[in-house]
Design a binder for this molecule. Structure first.
Ligand SMILES: Cc1cc(-c2n[nH]c(CCNC(=O)c3cc(-c4ccc(F)cc4)cc(O)c3O)n2)ccn1
Ligand SMILES: [Mg+2]
Length: 214
């Protein structure tokens, strides 16, 4: 057996980053994934777009769907104000275990609640379990065919308010066509596409930003 790709990524963080320094964790992961082993982090190019949209919103409550190894969790949490909360959902326990360690290495564990399970099961429990009224910002980066049904579920559970910003990764590659159709045709969203590239490659990908209009 041996180590997994996420475990090797964690080793690279522990070797090359400085404990408690989120930027060094981000740089260590980007270096490893660009020069050693590709991995499905949002990456540095799309990461800059994520940073700027996040800073514009300055959210108090954030939901991330699809933690993977915690790269975007660290990118988001490092920019969030004191007292704000990020809930991130990961389906795969092995990914979640690595993510916990990477988030802790960055020193951001107090802002982040990592929950294991499927988005469809957990979204309806957000209010009762975590005392969440609304999310100000949602980062969709999980199973691409779950983006659309989970957005409808967030609406139905009353977890979106007027002005909530949804930011979706991979709308071109691997692609989320049903999601794009939904948010671009719905009168309840104002959507905009940010063209970029698939993490660590020259292939096109991009982020779709959709503001919920209430
Ligand atoms: C149902 C549910 C699911 C989850 C959940 N947790 N973690 C994930 C990971 C999902 N992410 C991806 O699959 C992904 C893939 C690529 C890719 C792959 C191969 C290529 F060739 C090109 C691009 C690139 C990316 O940027 C991605 O994000 N889902 C969590 C909760 N509930
Ligand atoms: Mg992604």
């Amino acid at each position: 057996t041996g180590t997994s790709r996420p475990q090797r990524m964690l080793k690279a963080v522990q070797k090359n980053a400085t404990k408690g320094d989120p930027q060094s964790v981000i740089s260590a992961i980007d270096y490893y994934c660009r020069h050693k082993e590709w991995a499905m982090n949002v990456g540095d190019d799309k990461g800059l777009i994520l940073d700027s949209v996040l800073m514009e919103v300055n959210p108090s409550t954030v939901l991330e769907l699809g933690t993977y190894c915690g790269y975007s969790t660290v990118r988001i949490a490092r920019l969030m104000s004191p007292g704000s909360k990020l809930i991130t959902v990961e389906f795969n326990p092995a990914f979640a275990e690595v993510a916990r360690q990477i988030i802790a290495y960055a020193g951001l564990q107090d802002k982040v609640t990592l929950v294991e399970g499927s988005s469809g099961d957990l979204i309806p429990k957000m209010k009762e379990r975590f005392g969440i009224k609304y999310f100000d910002f949602v980062f969709l980066d999980h199973w691409k065919d779950s983006y659309a049904p989970d957005t409808k579920l967030l609406e139905d559970c009353g977890l979106l308010k007027k002005g909530t910003v949804l930011l979706a990764d991979n709308v071109i590659c691997p692609g989320a066509p049903e999601y794009l159709k939904y948010v671009r045709n719905s009168p309840r969203y104002e959507s905009r596409y940010y063209k970029s590239n698939l993490e660590y490659t020259k292939a096109e990908d991009g982020l779709e930003k959709s503001v919920f209009l209430g």
